[in-house]
Every structure is written in C-alpha cells, then in structure tokens.
Design a protein around this ligand. Structure first.
Ligand SMILES: NC(=O)c1ccc[n+]([C@@H]2O[C@H](COP(=O)([O-])OP(=O)(O)OC[C@H]3O[C@@H](n4cnc5c(N)ncnc54)[C@H](O)[C@@H]3O)[C@@H](O)[C@H]2O)c1
Length: 332
C-alpha cells in the first residue's frame, strides 16, 4: 500500500536525506512532523513548507523522551522514518560516545516512546558500515559475521538489533535500509560539499585526506527516498535491504570531476595515508539484487549521482552566496 494519508514523523527531517524525504512525503499526501534538534540539520532546508498545514516542525532531541512522546501522541503518528544520527564516521575516533548517544541510545529512546504511544511502523536508515571489512563482495544482506570497524557502524548494528527486538517483542513493523554513500540535493556533509567548500577557500590547491583510491557506490538521494517508499509500498516489513548502485567510483574520480566543474587547473594533493580515515571502509561494494528483484529501478548510476550532486551544490551555493553578499560568485 502506498504511503499516503498517514501521519509520518521524521527524526532528523531537517538533515540531508530527511529534508528530501519531507518533500516526497508531503507530495504524496501525508502529514509530516519533523523531529530534529538541528545539531547537524538546517531549518532552511525545510522552511519552504512552513505554511503547509500538513507540515509541522518540532525542535526536539531524541535524548529527551518526554518531548518525543508528546510529539508522537499529539500528532497521532502512524509511521516513523528514523534518520537522526551523527552521520560522520570519523567523529567516533575523537569522541567515542557520540554514536552511542546519538545512534544507539537515541534509537532505544525512540523505540521505547513508540512502544508507549502505540506507534508500530519504523523505517530505519542503517548503513553498509555494519558489514565492516567483509570478505564477500558485493556483500549481500545475509552476510555474516557482522564486524563493524567504526563506532558509527557499531551503533548502526546495535540500532538494528534494538529495532528487530522491539519489533518482535511488541509487534512492530520494521524496514531496515543499509545505504551505500548518499549524494544529492541539500547536502549537510559529505565529499561533494566538503571539496567544494574547500575550493571556495583555496582555488589553487585542493588538499584531500587519504590516497584517492577508496572505491565506493554513491546513490542519488532521490533513489534513496524512492527505495524506502518502494519497500514500504511492497509491504516488505521486518526485512533488511541494501541500497546501492551497480557501479562504484573512486574518491580520485570524484575530486577530479569537482575540480573540472568548479576550479579547472587546481592542483590536487593527497595526504597519502589512510590512517586519518581509519574506520572508513575504503573498498566497499554491497549487493543490490534483493531490492532490484522486487522491481526497484535505480534512476542514476554512481557517476550520474555524483555529477548531479556537484551541479546541484554549485547552483545552490551560488544562489546562497548571491543572497548573502548581493552579488554573483562564480566558482567555475
Ligand atoms: N549520507 C550518507 O551517505 C548516509 C549513508 C548511510 C546512512 N546514512 C544515515 O542516514 C541518516 C541521515 O543522514 P544524513 O546524511 O541526512 O545526515 P544529516 O546530519 O544531514 O541528518 C541527520 C539529522 O539528524 C539530526 N539529529 C542528530 N542527532 C539528533 C538527536 N539526538 N535528536 C534529534 N535530531 C538529531 C541532525 O540535526 C540532522 O538534521 C543518518 O542516520 C545516517 O547515519 C547516511
């Protein structure tokens, strides 16, 4: 059954993926409540819905269970898209509690609030990070033994375990999505945003951590949101899906593409070591056959997704800068 005419709460709805989900869920006739503490997200990404009577924003923290219960109850929520988390894998090296709190405990709070308020449907944005250094590639959903190599991956795996357990014990329906890297409109972080922001400060040399050979799949955020709605519509509850394109690209490919579009001639300098990125899975490829076998079609390859993300960020930053400074700033 298509997700329509429901009351949907999106944790992290002011973030990158969340704000894109808000647009689509409102378009398909749902009432949408964004629950976000704005630690990483931005209100301006969803502000265009301000006057829509089907849209509500609650500035709240998942660690504050009373406010959370209040939002679930007062808005008579049917379905939760759980997207709030720390999205930065690297942060867990300098702060080993952040993923425990913003990922695992936050997820427990949400599930507990849902149990108390009798809300039964949860869609969860997990990650390919749960697979760790898998020795089978492309890695299917059935792969084990799962051994994450980052606090971020550990917290996603713990959250998945909490979700399947609450779901079993209290008759909830869950839908788990293990995303590859996501790129596209409204970025709050990620390689495309980071590199373009750096180029703004220095157009002569672009310094990049690592060696450039990391090889990964990049999924357009439109495909990400569509895949979640597709699985929900198919009624595939209590199941887990990898979400990844068929192809992969290297970091060096992306950086060159950005330089090509935004600052031709700029010199690229790599740190030359993967040590600063320890915990990031440099060579990852997850198998996408399960969702494709249900009939889902990815609209964009990794290469296309990267191009769209670069173009979109260059365009929006130009517009933002125009508004900020009252003049056109052209990066290309
Ligand atoms: N972007 C990717 O490449 C990618 C890949 C795999 C999985 N994911 C997952 O998808 C989800 C969304 O990621 P994103 O890229 O949109 O990140 P994002 O940082 O843009 O969005 C996360 C949102 O959660 C909010 N938030 C964080 N902690 C909170 C808390 N305690 N209470 C309330 N709100 C809180 C932030 O303010 C932010 O708006 C995350 O769970 C992330 O781990 C992202």
């Amino acid at each position: 059954m298509p997700l329509s005419n429901k009351s949907v709460l999106i944790t992290g709805g002011a973030g990158f993926i969340g704000s894109n989900a808000v647009d689509k869920l409102l378009d398909s006739g749902n009432k949408v409540i964004v629950y976000d503490n704005l630690s990483g997200g931005r209100y301006d990404l969803i502000a265009k819905h301000d006057t829509n009577p089907n849209f509500k924003f609650v500035r709240g923290d998942l660690l504050d269970i009373e406010t959370l219960k209040g939002a679930l109850k007062s808005e008579e929520v049917d379905t939760v898209f759980h997207m709030a988390a720390n999205p930065e894998v690297n942060l867990g090296r300098s702060n080993t509690r952040v993923d425990l709190e913003q990922g695992t405990i936050a997820t427990h709070n949400l599930l507990e609030a849902m149990r108390i308020c009798d809300v039964n449907d949860i869609l969860f944005t997990s990650s390919s990070a749960v697979y760790g250094l898998a020795d089978v590639k492309p890695t299917p959903e059935t792969y084990g033994n799962l051994k994450p190599i980052s606090m971020y991956g550990a917290s996603k795996l713990a959250s998945e375990g909490l979700i399947t357990s609450f779901s079993y014990l209290f008759d909830m329906n869950h839908y788990i999505f293990r995303f590859a890297n996501v790129v596209g409109r409204n970025p709050t972080h990620g390689i495309v945003k980071l590199m373009i922001d750096k180029l703004r400060d220095n157009r002569d040399e672009l310094y990049v951590l690592g060696t450039g050979i990391q090889n990964k799949s990049y999924v357009d955020v439109d495909d990400i949101v569509d895949s979640m709605l597709f699985v929900y519509d198919k009624g595939r509850h209590n199941d887990t899906f990898n979400i990844s394109t068929d192809d992969r690209v290297t970091v060096d490919y992306i950086v060159r593409r950005i330089v090509d579009k935004a600052a031709k001639g700029c010199k690229i300098r790599y740190s030359g070591s993967h040590e600063e990125l320890k915990g990031d899975i440099a060579d990852t490829h997850i198998f996408n056959e399960k969702i494709k076998s249900l009939g889902f079609k990815f609209r964009y390859t990794s290469r296309e997704a990267i191009d769209r993300a670069i173009d979109s960020y260059l365009n929006t930053t130009r517009i933002t800068r125009e508004i900020e400074y009252g003049k056109q700033v052209n990066l290309s």
